[in-house]
Design a protein around this ligand. Sequence first.
Ligand SMILES: C[C@](O)(C(=O)O)[C@H](CC(=O)O)C(=O)O
Ligand SMILES: [Mg+2]
Length: 303
Amino acid sequence: MLYARTPAHEKRRLFRERLASGELLRLPGAFNPLSARLIERKGFDGVYISGAVLSADLGLPDIGLTTLSEVAGRGQQIARVTELPAIIDADTGFGEPMNVARTIQTLEDAGIAGCHIEDQINPKRCGHLDGKAVVDADTAAKRIRAAVDARRDPDFLIMARTDIRATEPGERGLALAIDRAKALVDAGADAIFPEAMRTLDEFAAMRAALDVPILANMTEFGKSELFSAQQLAGIGVNIVIWPVSMLRIAMGATERALDELNAEGHLSGKLGEMQHRAELYELVDYEGYNRFDTSVFNFTVER
Ligand SMILES: C[C@](O)(C(=O)O)[C@H](CC(=O)O)C(=O)O
Ligand SMILES: [Mg+2]
């Protein structure tokens, strides 16, 4: 009721423990707090909080327009309703290395379990758009070092994302990505998010080159092929995210329903696709609030 029971430091500790086991952890993107509850209910290992989703939700493109306060605020709303660890997209860290330090502490305060900081120039753009540019290795390493120095909970996961793969085609791009990832691990990154990798072999090469966990981004309609959780587990990937998928599904369904409403003047044909009122009530735990209420008023006062 109201919020999750597990304190943030405990979520982080448990997430680290699961990560150390080497199994693949599956994190669908939660596009709001309610969807995070559903992700938990369905047995996933964590929730991912996407910058692309937050921007889209506000009707904005994913080009670095959102602020730390907006991101941390949404992160807190989502993290507080689930027992699952929440990993959030911190873009480039919202400024210079000193801003990155503040970002990390703000996300810790928001109850988040970890984040990724990318090596794109400011302003960043979606990792699957063309024309991306990255900062030099020294600046990228400074961002990560600032993040690591700033955290107060050593279990808060600091993941470095490199976008360098897509800046050069073919083998050369992959080699650059591996070099950059190694430098970011040297700077203190706990995990690596190699963005816009193209094939399973590329993920496997990155996996073989590093001794920290790596993340695979299975975002649709982008630069990476889409692989199953089984395929990614098979090559030793540690975390997989489907960052925007649930929003895409919800928006696709909404669009079709609006068309039907226009055509038919009612939505009776869509009832089977809707979350039932009973399911919603269960998800937000009406019953728990009811119990709470009766336990508040369960005394009698003698006069
Ligand atoms: C992972 C990502 O950073 C996000 O914000 O969710 C995006 C996802 C997307 O735009 O599909 C990215 O890959 O840049
Ligand atoms: Mg993003």
